[in-house]
Design a protein around this ligand. Structure first.
Ligand code: PMP
Length: 455
């Protein structure tokens, strides 16, 4: 009762003082989480929830080593990056050490004095690259999403490769089409942005050679290739530290964000010398909120605490062998979820992933392969209500259940997650399935129509 009153009080304060479009998980019954540890979250009543979706708390909630590093630095000094401080230089060196050598650029079109005519960009459909207005322009997930303003003219969208349905698999062809579209408008593409496993796109593992094909065409056209490793970097994919390495490409620019600080606000980018040089010749650059070191090394944290935090995260990944854990636990999750697919082939269309970046695509019917957002939502709520297992769904139609926990996920936790899904699926009656399929078909039509209008 007390916990209920506390929750109602917080909700009331939020209603009065926080913007209504600040989203809440499980909006109809939001969780009041007061503590986290590893992959677990604890609510105000002390109930433990298994967090299978918070990729930001990359090495585990409230990791003591990370917390101590930040506390120690905040208690010593936290100031502008225009003073010399060892932390930023050491962190930049450490990040550079994780990158293939050399992270080699072909050229940097936007900064190149040779470029003339309008400069456009290319992205992959359903991508999310951030929330500033420039980044929303690069994010079909936002500009085609609810409240979105549609595709800006300077953005060209490569269709999302869909291995499950066997379409749009040729990266080179997709890049050529985007380049031709830009050229028809008298423009050229200056940069191509992509994740190396598509997160908001629905945990899409790119077909072999996909990025190599896109990069080849883009570079021939004079564009730079940017890998957004915010979600898929830092060992999450298990077989490699950076997900672009799975595609055997070397980007010109790599960006990374929140997981690198285990949720502490920091972000960075790494470039090879040519883009870095072109950028540094344009304008003085110094500490805005989270940034502040000279290119071409990593920039992370304008403040002094951010590099301390980032270094602690890198150390934890190494000391606790979390990349290898992500590989092992990812394989275990895939095994368990594929067993589940065998038991429920009528609704589980595909189980896919690399390391602890996994998607379970649910469908109304395995033959039509129609996405089933209503079923995904139902499963997510059932797992929370009956097992306190937190899952979420994404993809163009929100029909892909994502499993993207902190990378310290354990075997027992993988089993708890798969067990929750199994129970939720086993409990479905044929009538439930029919009703959820009908609701899903309607929802898919509505979303597809919005996508068409805003493309
Ligand atoms: N790219 C991806 C794939 C992301 O998931 C996010 C944020 N979740 C961003 C970019 C933006 O990062 P930031 O919020 O640090 O700007």
């Amino acid at each position: 009762q007390q916990a209920g009153a506390a929750k109602a009080g917080i909700l009331d304060k939020r209603r009065r003082h926080v913007g209504p479009n600040l989203a809440l998980f499980f909006e109809e019954d939001p969780l009041h989480i007061v503590r986290g540890q590893g992959c677990e979250l604890f609510d105000a009543e002390g109930n433990s929830y298994l967090d299978c979706i918070n990729n930001v708390s990359h090495v585990g909630h409230a990791h003591p080593k990370v917390a101590a590093a930040v506390a120690q630095q905040l208690g010593t000094l936290n100031t502008n990056s225009r003073y010399l401080h060892e932390g930023l230089a050491t962190y930049s060196e450490a990040i550079a050490g994780t990158m293939p050598d050399p992270l080699q650029a072909s050229q940097l079109a936007p900064c190149s004095p040779a470029s003339n005519g309008p400069l456009h960009v290319a992205v992959v459909d359903h991508a999310y690259h951030g929330h500033t207005s420039a980044c929303i322009d690069l994010s079909p997930y936002k500009f085609k999403g609810p409240g979105g303003g549609g595709r800006p003219v300077h953005v060209h969208v490569l269709p999302c490769p869909d291995v499950y349905r066997g379409c749009n698999l040729d990266g080179g062809a997709a890049a050529r089409a985007a380049i031709a579209e830009a050229e028809r408008g008298g423009a050229r593409i200056a940069a191509f942005f992509s994740e190396s496993i598509l997160s908001c796109g629905g945990q899409v593992v790119l077909p072999e050679g996909y990025l190599a094909g896109v990069y080849r065409e883009m570079r021939a056209h004079g564009a730079v290739c940017v890998a957004d490793e915010v979600q898929c970097g830092f060992g999450r994919v298990g077989r490699a530290f950076w997900a672009f390495q799975l595609q055997e490409v070397v980007p010109d620019i790599v960006t990374f964000g929140k997981p690198c600080g285990n949720g502490f606000p920091m972000a960075g980018l790494v470039t090879s010398p040519p883009p870095g040089k072109a950028f540094s010749q344009r304008m003085e650059f110094f500490c805005n909120l989270w940034e502040g070191a000279p290119l071409p090394a990593a920039r992370a944290g304008g403040c002094t605490a951010a590099p301390a935090c980032g270094l602690a995260v890198l150390e934890v990944i190494r000391e606790e062998e979390l990349q290898a854990n992500a590989a092992r636990m990812g394989a275990h999750c895939l095994r368990l979820l594929r067993e589940l697919q065998e038991q429920h082939p009528d609704v589980i269309g595909e189980v896919r992933g690399e390391g602890l970046m996994i998607g379970v695509e649910v469908v109304t019917d395995p033959h039509t392969q129609t996405p089933a957002p209503a079923l995904a939502r139902h499963l997510k709520h059932a797992c929370k209500a009956h097992h306190r297992v937190l899952l979420s769904s994404e993809g163009p139609f929100c029909s892909v259940i994502k499993v993207k926990p902190p990378i310290c996920f354990s075997e027992g936790q993988a089993e708890r997650m798969a067990g929750a899904l199994r129970d939720a699926l086993d409990a479905l009656t044929p009538d439930d399935k029919a009703a959820l399929a009908a609701a899903s078909r309607e929802e898919v039509e509505r979303i597809a129509e919005r996508h068409r209008l805003l493309s």
